[in-house]
Every structure is written in structure tokens, then in C-alpha cells.
Design a binder for this molecule. Structure first.
Ligand code: MLT
Length: 409
């Protein structure tokens, strides 16, 4: 009999969004008449921008002709997309085409990146956190067992709560890998350029690597929030950035994202020799991935045209108006809310410090609204709850109305 990777046995229950989906499905089955509104998983509801649809149609037609048909593409992505990414987002930071790797989304990239690091590395995650960073490190054996306080042994947790303004403090003990997400999922809060610089400086001083998830960068509205970590001096020596087309342009179903991994980011061998991480990731990517579909990459590239930028902005404005309606509506109902200014997530304090999963059940049963319990993102998320602004306007207004008028506090 084959042995198993026992690290998987350390994992807590099921993946967070499977658990919320499971509970919601059970409720719907028992109450088929209920009009359940989902503001839970951060899945978009608005269609792809017309420029993407047009580009994809054209690409489909190319696939129908022998002289324009494409088989395997470059694993790292087609030049037309990589060049458009650099031109729009990274030109001023000197990022080169072979430092960008197109993928099927930031979730895979955030989960896979740890493979190029030693399993002996220590990791730091914020608490609460997007569960993929932590779970993939548990799977890889970079943690001990889950303890009674909800934390894995051997992991450095960086609490982010209302008390510290959701700004993580530097760890007391040196760590190798630091996961940061800004704008943040789940709290919807941000780090300013100055606050992020503290981390870049730390990473440079301590030979640490920052894994920077910028999947929500398109939602930034405030001037002091960095759009990329490479805005910070020295970040090209210590940071890997993750970007996604999912939330930017509605690609949650079509799948496309990318990593920016400058050739100047180094790790070391057991004997202490410095090695660039870029060739390692390139080796992993080309071995395990055959490239994002040509049709999807054509769609993704279309968002960088002037018309594409206009269309993307219109959809983001739409979601951010939802965010405003949720934030202001709930605040008027006496609920303390965070986020929702530079991110499509509203992070709220549960009334009377109700445990997050109890609030999940209450919201589902009393007003038929699905959200995500803060505790599912880490122990410091207990007593918090996340709502997304990705619903339709109509459903968002309906949901806010139900919470204000029908939820019994
Ligand atoms: C979320 O709800 O946190 C996101 O949809 C998860 C993801 O992007 O994988």
C-alpha cells in the first residue's frame, strides 16, 4: 500500500469556501423557497468586458484555420500579453519579459510558489489570512500540528485586528518567507507605501522574501496605497508579486493571472551559495504547466487597450458602489465596518462579539444571506465577518435592506 503525505492530515477540516458552500447547500435543500443571496466567496457577477469577448471570439476564429491555429504556447505566456502587462504596470520598475510568468490564476501561483523554497524555511502569515498561503505550507510540511488555539506550530502569525489598524507588526523572531496581501483579503484594508516599506526594509536586512499578493490592486482608490510592491525601493531584491485578472476583469471562470519574479531575488543553498529564484520558478513552471490557453490570453491582453481600461474601470466602479452601499448601510444599522474603500471586501465586527460561525448561521437563517466567517481566515478573524461587493446591485441593495430591517440584534 502506498504511503500518504501525512501533512494533509494536519489540515483543519475542509477548505473554507467548500465549508461555507456545503452549509449553504444544506440550508437551501431544507428551505427550497428561500431566496438566498450570496455575498460569501469573492466571485464576480458582472460579465467580461466587451473588449475581452471580442478578442476571445477573434482568437477562437484563429483556432479554426490551419495557418492561424495555435497548439502549445510558451509556458510563460505569449509575448503580446507579457509586453502589455509590463507596458501598463511595470515599465517604470524595469521589469523584463523573462521576469513575468502568466498562469491560470493567482490562487495556483500563491499555492505553488512555496515549492521552490526549502521545507525548512520559516513562514509568517497575517492573521486573518487568505487560507491558500497557509494550507499549502501545511501540505508541504513547513508547519507542525494544528494546536488548540487554532494556530499551526512553527508558523509566525501576524495579528491584524481593529486594535492595530490591520497593520501587521514585524515578527520578533526572524522568518524566511512573509506573505502579504494588499489590498487585503479578507479585511479589505491596506498598507500605505510607508508601511509596506517597513516590510521591504525588514526583508532586505534579514534576507527574507516577501510573497506579495496584489490580486485586488485594481480596487485601490487612495493615493498612498502602493499598486505594486516594486514601487518600494529595494523590493526587486526581495519580493515576488502575484497578480490576477479574476477580480480586475471578471476572469474567475476563465482563469488568468501572473507572477512577477525579478531575477535579482535570491535564495541560498544548504552550503550558503546564493541562487536566483527566477530560474527555479521557470523550471517549475515549464515542467508542470503548459501555458494559459491562447484564447484566454488574448482576452486578458485586451484589457490593456484604452477601451479595455475604460471598461474595466466601469465594472470596478460598479462593485465599489456596492461596497459603499454595504459599508454605509451596515454602519447605519450600528455595525462596525472596515475595508470597502480600496477593496471589494467589507470586514465587519459581529454584533455583541458573536462568534463568526454563529453569525454565519444567523445571517443565513434569519435573512438568507451568505457571508464568510472571519474565524475561517484565522484565529484573529474570530468575531469578524466578511461580505463581498461582487454581487449584483439589485441583490446587494436587497441584502443590505434585509440586514438593516429584518436581522434581530
Ligand atoms: C475569496 O473569496 O477570498 C476569493 O474568491 C478566493 C479566491 O480568489 O480564491
Amino acid at each position: 500500500m502506498a504511503g500518504i503525505n501525512e501533512n494533509y492530515l494536519k489540515l483543519a477540516g475542509s477548505y473554507l469556501f467548500r465549508e461555507t458552500a456545503h452549509r449553504t447547500a444544506a440550508y437551501k435543500e431544507a428551505h427550497p423557497e428561500a431566496d438566498v443571496i450570496s455575498l460569501g466567496i469573492g466571485d464576480v457577477t458582472q460579465p467580461l468586458p466587451p473588449v475581452c469577448i471580442e478578442a476571445m471570439h477573434k482568437a477562437v476564429d484563429e483556432m479554426a484555420q490551419a495557418d492561424t491555429f495555435r497548439g502549445y504556447g510558451p509556458e510563460q505566456g505569449y509575448d503580446f500579453l507579457i509586453n502589455a502587462i509590463i507596458e501598463s504596470n511595470y515599465k517604470e520598475y524595469g521589469i523584463q519579459p523573462d521576469e513575468v510568468f502568466v498562469s491560470d490564476g493567482a490562487k495556483s501561483d500563491c499555492g505553488n510558489i512555496q515549492e521552490i523554497f526549502s521545507t525548512d524555511n520559516t513562514i509568517a502569515i497575517t492573521d486573518p489570512v487568505y487560507p491558500v498561503y497557509l494550507d499549502t505550507n501545511v501540505m508541504a510540511g513547513r508547519t507542525g500540528l494544528l494546536q488548540s488555539d487554532g494556530r499551526y506550530a512553527g508558523v509566525t502569525y501576524l495579528p491584524c485586528t481593529a486594535e492595530n489598524g490591520f497593520v501587521p507588526a514585524l515578527p520578533e523572531k526572524r522568518v524566511d518567507l512573509i506573505y502579504l496581501c494588499c489590498p487585503n483579503n479578507p479585511t479589505g484594508t491596506t498598507l500605505t507605501r510607508e508601511q509596506l516599506k517597513v516590510w521591504v526594509d525588514y526583508a532586505r536586512e534579514n534576507d527574507s522574501i516577501i510573497l506579495f499578493d496584489a490580486a485586488y490592486n485594481a480596487y485601490i482608490s487612495e493615493a498612498d496605497v502602493p499598486h505594486t510592491i516594486f514601487e518600494i525601493e529595494g523590493a526587486k531584491e526581495v519580493a515576488i508579486e502575484f497578480r490576477s485578472f479574476s477580480k480586475t476583469a471578471g476572469f474567475t471562470g476563465t482563469r488568468c493571472g501572473y507572477i512577477v519574479l525579478p531575477k535579482t531575488v535570491m535564495g541560498k543553498t544548504v552550503s550558503g551559495e546564493k541562487k536566483a529564484l527566477n530560474p527555479l520558478w521557470n523550471r517549475r513552471h515549464t515542467t508542470k504547466f503548459n501555458g494559459t490557453a491562447y484564447i484566454i490570453q488574448r482576452g486578458a491582453a485586451a484589457i490593456f487597450t484604452p477601451e479595455g481600461q475604460k471598461q474595466v474601470k466601469a465594472t470596478i466602479d460598479y462593485y465599489m458602489e456596492n461596497a459603499r452601499l454595504i459599508r454605509e448601510g451596515l454602519t447605519a444599522a450600528g455595525i462596525t465596518c472596515f475595508g470597502g474603500i480600496n477593496a471589494p471586501y467589507i470586514w465587519l465586527k459581529t454584533p455583541d462579539n458573536m462568534p463568526s460561525w454563529d453569525f454565519f448561521d444567523k445571517l443565513l437563517k434569519e435573512v438568507n444571506i451568505v457571508g464568510t466567517p472571519g474565524a475561517g481566515f484565522g484565529p484573529c478573524g474570530e468575531g469578524y465577518f466578511r461580505l463581498t461587493a461582487f454581487g449584483s446591485r439589485e441583490k446587494t441593495i436587497e441584502a443590505v435592506g434585509r440586514i438593516k430591517d429584518q436581522l434581530k440584534f
